[in-house]
Write a protein that binds this ligand. Sequence first.
Ligand SMILES: *Cc1c(COP(=O)(O)O)cnc(C)c1O
Length: 430
Amino acid sequence: MKTELSEKLFAKAKDLFPGGVNSPVRAFRGVGGTPRFIARGKGSHLVDVDGNDYVDYVLSWGPLIVGHCHPEVMREVQDAMKDGSSFGACSPREIQLAELVRARMPWVEKMRFCSSGTEATTAAIRVARGFTGRDDIVKCDGCYHGAGDPLLVKAGSGVETLGLPDSPGVPADYAKHTLTVPYNDLAAMEKLFAERGARIAAVIVEPIVGNMGVLVPRPGYLEGLLAICRKHGALLIIDEVMTGFRVSSGGACGLYGIRPDLVTFGKVIGAGLPVGAFGGRADVMDRVAPAGPIYQAGTLSGNPMAMAAGFSTLRLMTPAAYEKLEQLGAALADGLVKAAAAEKVPVQVNRVGSMFTVFFSEKPVFDAASARAASTRRFGAFFHAMLENGVYLPPSQFEACFLSIAHTEADLDRTVAAARLGFAAAAQVE
Ligand SMILES: *Cc1c(COP(=O)(O)O)cnc(C)c1O
């Protein structure tokens, strides 16, 4: 596989950007080697600057649930652009997307659009603190809620890959208000609340974790979190930036029947354009400025092109589309499990619908500690064999793979064939 042009561009990039990238995980630090520069995407495929074609399981880290360059999405975004790219004023496309969101997720009684998942989670934390008058928040070890200061404590994703459990630059006096417990461990959460529940404003959680690789909630876990929060007067913030509109039309809350206080969105809701949102209980959201005193704002919030991308994408995500994603996900997971068994490589394939992770581990993976026990060296060998054979996976053991409705049976066949070679390469390690 030719990689000359990617290598040339990466040499320039390293001179321009820290580590050569504009977001850490793109740098391939978790797997080694040179990142590929992407020239274009179409449907379920990516083409890099050297002309190599890949089946894409990154999909811009989740947003592209209908694939790259879906004609309907492109048309609606182009129409919006012709009307003007931004007004910094009220415009009708905000209403269109918000009505669709609330129709699918009635627990989002009121919402506010912003421009990224990080903005959404940072704002939701501020709203929870402002509403309750309390300072402490609780997150789970390994959950990633964006790159905001209060949430860069035991965060997964790029922080996990880079081994930076806490980032320099986040004042200790501030980080001390972020308490962490293991994911999927209700007893630990109960104990923490018993000790200092009266000071806790909110629990924020990835309902299905994607940023430690995929971790599935135990039955009753999310209901248990809600009950603990209710008992102590704290809010439950379900961070659906990754899962929202991906695991079902109602996100993870819809899938598991949870009615949280606040929800955060990003990724799929903007379909590849910069959108985030937070919303939930009307009495809580009415404390946000200008209705209430809790400040939150954004020059480009509710941007018409971004609203058009989100709306046209969500409209394409019919019940039949979610059914298709489930079938593709099940078939691919089955193919990967069989390919690993054929090469005698122990793996755990964690999956919910169209998001999944292949963990190189003999034991079940259900929290940060069990995820960290997976072999990142085996993952690295697997990753590079897949890349060489035209399959583009997230370049870290601790990230989720995604499917889109553009993926085909032929894509899956190519992926499983490549995986045989990938698992054979992984078997050579350790
Ligand atoms: C990606 C992600 C974020 C951050 O969103 P950005 O748009 O990258 O700022 C927050 N929470 C979760 C669960 C995510 O997966």
